[in-house]
Design a protein around this ligand. Structure first.
Ligand SMILES: *Cc1c(COP(=O)(O)O)cnc(C)c1O
Length: 366
C-alpha cells in the first residue's frame, strides 16, 4: 500500500523541456529566463517590480536591506513561523522582537504587535502562515501610526488573496520562496516584489555584490543571492500552474473540512472573512477534549501510512538560541499553546478523491 506524503512536488514535461532548452542555450546565469520570470511574477502579484533570488531566506534578507533596516533597529515578527523569518532580521544586524499570534489564523495579533513597539522599532514582518494572509488592515494602521515599514513573508502564500488582492500586495515589500515543499517550486528559489522603484534598485544591487549597472563598480555592500537560469525556467513553468494547483488544494481542504466536521476536540482550519486561503498546509488543532494525545494520534496516522507534520513544534522564542536573547516560557501564550496542538494533514494537489476519503475514514475510525 502506498504512503500518502505530507507534501509532493509536481514536475511536468514543460519543466523538463525548458530546463533542457536552457542547458543547450549556453546561458546559465543572468539571462532572459530571469527577466521573464521577474516580469511574469510581478504581473501575477499585480506589483511593479520583482527580483528573483536563490531562496526565500535571501528574499527576506534582501527585503530588509531594501527597506533600509540597519544594526540597532528593531523588527517585530511572529515566533510561530519557520526560523528563516527571524534569521533574516539577525542577518541584517537588527534585533528580533516577537509578538504573539491570533488563534484563528495563526498570524500576528495586531494588539500584541502594538504592545511591542519602542522608539527603535522600524519594521514588521507579518507571515501569511499556512497560505492565509495576515490581518493586513489592523497591522497597517499600526505601521502608519508609528511610521513602520512592512515586509510581508508570503513564502507559504503564493496566489492567496485578501479582499481580491493577491499575496505580495500587503506590505512595502513581499518575499516568496520556491522551495521544494511550497505551493510552486523550482527546488530552491525565491523572489521579492515591490511597487517602489528605489527599493527595487537597492535590492537588485544587494543580490549582486552591491554592483551598479556598470559591472565591477561597487556602490554598496552586497551578497551573491542571484537565481540561475535553470531555476528560473522551472519557476516560469510552475507559475503557469499556480492557479490550478491552488484550486486543487482548496478543493481538497473543503473535502477534508466536510469529512472531519464535528469530531470532539479536533478544531478545523478557519478561513477568515475576505480571505482566499491557499492551504499550503491544512492544519488542525488537537485539544484536550480530543480522545488521546497528539503524539498517540500521530503514531496512529503513521501506522496507517498517512503522512503528517507539526509546523511548528516549538515557537521560536523557546528555542535555545532565542532563550539566550532573553525570552522565556509564558511570553507568548497563544503561540505556546498552539504549538502543542497543531497538526498538518496532507492537502497537496496530487491527492486523489480516494486518498481524501481514506484519510477521513481512518481518522473517523480512531
Ligand atoms: C519556506 C519559508 C521561508 C524560507 O524559504 P527558503 O526558500 O527555504 O529559504 C521563510 N518563511 C516562511 C514562512 C517559509 O515557509
Amino acid at each position: 500500500m502506498k504512503i500518502i506524503f505530507i507534501s509532493q512536488p509536481i514536475i511536468g514535461r514543460g519543466e523538463i523541456e525548458e530546463v533542457k532548452r536552457v542547458l543547450k542555450s549556453n546561458i546559465l546565469a543572468r539571462g532572459p529566463k530571469i527577466k521573464e520570470l521577474e516580469k511574469k511574477f510581478a504581473n501575477y502579484c499585480n506589483r511593479k517590480y520583482a527580483i528573483a533570488v536563490c531562496n526565500g531566506t535571501a528574499a527576506l534578507h534582501t527585503g530588509l536591506y531594501g527597506l533600509n533596516i540597519k544594526q540597532g533597529d528593531e523588527v517585530i515578527t511572529t515566533p510561530f513561523t519557520f526560523v528563516s523569518t527571524a534569521n533574516a532580521i539577525i542577518m541584517q544586524g537588527a534585533k528580533v522582537v516577537f509578538a504573539d499570534i491570533d488563534n484563528r489564523d495563526f498570524n500576528l495579533s495586531p494588539q500584541s504587535v502594538a504592545r511591542m513597539i519602542t522608539k527603535k522599532t522600524k519594521a514588521i514582518i507579518p507571515v501569511d502562515l499556512y497560505g492565509q494572509i495576515y490581518n493586513h488592515k489592523a497591522i497597517q494602521e499600526i505601521a502608519r501610526k508609528y511610521n513602520l515599514k512592512i515586509l510581508e513573508d508570503a513564502c507559504q502564500a503564493i496566489g492567496a488573496e485578501q479582499n481580491d488582492k493577491r499575496a505580495g500586495s500587503f506590505g512595502d515589500v513581499a518575499a516568496f520562496s520556491f522551495y521544494a515543499t511550497k505551493n510552486i517550486t523550482c527546488g530552491e528559489g525565491g523572489i521579492l516584489v515591490t511597487d517602489n522603484y528605489d527599493i527595487s534598485e537597492r535590492c537588485r544591487r544587494f543580490i549582486n555584490h552591491g554592483q551598479s549597472l556598470n559591472n565591477y563598480e561597487y556602490s554598496n555592500f552586497g551578497y551573491n543571492y542571484r537565481m540561475s537560469e535553470i531555476h528560473a525556467a522551472i519557476a516560469i513553468e510552475q507559475l503557469k500552474k499556480a492557479q490550478k494547483f491552488n484550486k486543487k488544494r482548496i478543493d481538497n481542504a473543503n473535502k477534508l473540512i466536510k469529512g472531519l466536521w464535528g469530531i470532539k476536540g479536533l478544531i478545523l482550519p478557519t478561513v477568515k472573512y475576505g480571505n482566499k486561503h491557499v492551504f499550503h498546509q491544512f492544519t488542525i488543532r488537537i485539544t484536550n477534549e480530543f480522545k488521546t494525545s497528539r503524539d498517540k494520534f500521530i503514531k496512529f496516522l503513521r501506522k496507517n501510512r498517512i503522512g503528517c507534520g507539526i509546523y511548528y513544534p516549538t515557537p521560536l522564542h523557546l528555542n535555545p538560541y532565542f532563550i539566550r536573547l532573553g525570552y522565556k516560557e509564558g511570553n507568548f501564550p497563544v503561540a505556546e499553546k498552539l504549538s502543542q496542538q497543531v497538526l498538518s494533514l496532507p492537502v497537496h494537489p496530487t491527492l486523489t478523491n480516494k486518498d481524501i476519503g481514506y484519510i477521513i475514514k481512518i481518522i473517523k475510525s480512531f
